[in-house]
Design a protein around this ligand. Structure first.
Ligand SMILES: Cc1cc2nc3c(=O)[nH]c(=O)nc-3n(C[C@H](O)[C@H](O)[C@H](O)COP(=O)(O)OP(=O)(O)OC[C@H]3O[C@@H](n4cnc5c(N)ncnc54)[C@H](O)[C@@H]3O)c2cc1C
Length: 445
């Protein structure tokens, strides 16, 4: 038997959100700030803690500002005014490793005289799990969203007037929830996407990728503190996850490619299973290639997670009264930090659409616009940028990449016009202004 859920506020819930990841939470927060109630159904019993996103930049800062969380996110995160590409660290006779040599730098901005960066001009480095906590704290204050933990959505139906979803919670009888609209923010394996019969198109990368959160004492903290390691086999990304200082223990993220095979002493190839890759001994061997400083290294792995990488886009982000946002709709490899940022900008666009539809126009036209606009952003900007960011790290010998890569050449030339044109899509076209897209004449309604 399916028991009907009675919302505590007594009337039908405007928006049901599936998934309390950062995309679902931001959507709930922005809706609450527009006085639109929601229910968030989350299958897990707590917020996710896996090592995932770390860097937020460009127009996402404005969305944080509008959501009232920018100051806290900026205060807790480590600012990075750009990125550096390096070779693997080099070792001296004592075994101490120095950071690898610099192949190229992208300095996007410098702090003002007060030491602060201007909003939107830099990247904030903060663990995704902390960002989600900040969003949840802010959402709870609104009192306009019921977040139900341990509720896994298993079924849905919709008609012209609304949506009904079924969720199971432990051993209890399944419950049904009714809403006017449904947002599937349930991540890459989205059940909502499957229930709506929406396809994913694209490809998967062959390599595995391991993300580790590591406590360590860095002998130096370079400016900017984020670097990419360029290497055909052991490429990766190194970034602080909080304010770090040289000589003081701090939290860092080491995200590293897992080569297809390792070589044994006799030259034979060893192919490791996923279980073997996550064993502490192997993870340590990867880390010791990336971590600079004296040996033995004092690092401690706090969290680790092994991933596959994909470039996938849903065939639509809208069906009837249901929408997809975030990883449920699109997945890209994490180099360059574009996945969650794009998902947060989906939540922003969907919030605008759900605000507009309260007052005006044919919902299907509006929601189709949401889908086509956010799919355009992924197809034309995020997919090509993230694919190039990744292949730049391992496509060739580091010195050849440094010399030949077109993006590196542009960075070295430093022509402000050319650089601005390279970055323009991320600044001008990443965020969607749904009001403008459907016609500004509606703004006064
Ligand atoms: C190593 C790594 C580094 C990354 N770095 C960056 C970065 O620096 N910057 C960036 O922008 N992006 C980055 N990303 C991408 C980013 O992590 C994802 O884009 C982000 O997690 C997507 O958020 P989401 O809320 O859409 O989905 P998720 O975070 O996956 O959340 C989905 C939620 O839905 C819940 N759920 C699933 N199914 C159901 C169901 N049936 N019922 C109820 N609940 C359900 C899940 O439990 C989960 O809590 C990185 C990813 C990885 C793996």
């Amino acid at each position: 038997m399916v028991e009907a859920y009675a919302p505590p506020h007594g009337s039908i819930t405007p928006v049901i959100i599936v998934g309390a990841g950062p995309v679902g939470l931001l959507l709930a927060l922005r809706l609450a700030q527009s006085n639109i109630r929601s229910i968030v159904l989350e299958q897990d019993t707590t917020l996710g803690a896996a090592p995932r996103a770390i860097g937020y930049y460009g127009p996402v800062h404005n969305v944080f500002k509008e959501a009232g969380i920018y100051d806290q996110v900026a205060r807790e995160g480590m600012p990075s005014g750009g990125y550096v590409w390096r070779t693997l660290p080099t070792e001296d006779q004592t075994g101490t490793k120095a950071l690898g040599s610099v192949l190229c730098r992208n300095i996007m901005s410098r702090p003002d005289s007060d030491g602060q960066y201007k909003i939107c001009t830099y990247s904030i480095q903060l663990a995704q799990c902390r960002l989600a906590e900040i969003m949840l704290e802010e959402l709870t204050k609104t009192g306009l969203s019921d977040v139900l933990w341990g509720h896994r959505v298993t079924d849905l139906s919709q008609d012209e007037s609304g949506v009904t979803v079924t969720a199971v919670s432990g051993e209890r009888e399944p419950k049904s929830f009714q809403g006017l609209y449904l947002a599937g923010c349930d991540g890459g394996k989205s059940n909502i996407r499957k229930l709506l019969g929406i396809r994913l198109a694209g490809h998967s990368w062959p390599e595995r990728f391991i993300a580790t959160d590591v406590l360590r004492t860095a002998p130096v903290v370079e400016d900017p503190p984020v670097h990419f390691t360029v290497d055909p086999r052991y490429w990766g990304v190194v970034t602080p996850l909080e304010h770090v200082e040289p000589g003081v223990k701090g939290l860092w993220r080491y995200s590293m490619a897992v080569p297809a095979y390792e070589e044994a002493e006799d030259g034979s190839r060893i192919f490791l299973t996923d279980e073997e890759v996550v064993e502490p001994k192997y993870v340590n061997s990867l880390l010791l290639r990336q971590i600079d400083g004296p040996r033995p290294s004092d690092h401690v792995v706090v969290r680790k997670s092994l991933y596959k990488m994909h470039q996938l886009l849903a065939s639509t982000m809208h069906r009837g009264r249901c929408f997809l946002a975030g990883d449920a709709a699109h997945i890209n490899n994490p180099i360059g930090g574009l996945g969650l940022c794009t998902g947060l900008l989906d939540a922003d666009a969907l919030h605008q659409a759900l605000e507009i539809v309260r007052r005006t126009i044919d919902p299907q036209t509006l929601f189709s616009r949401y889908s086509s606009e956010r799919r355009r952003v992924f197809q034309n900007i995020i997919h090509p940028y993230s694919s190039a960011n990744k292949t730049r790290l391992h496509g060739a010998d580091p010195e050849d990449t440094a010399r030949e890569d077109w993006y590196f050449q542009a960075l070295r030339k430093g022509d402000p016009k050319e650089l601005a044109s390279i970055n323009a899509p991320l600044y001008n076209n990443w965020r969607s202004d749904m009001w403008s897209l459907i016609g500004t004449s509606l703004k006064g309604i």
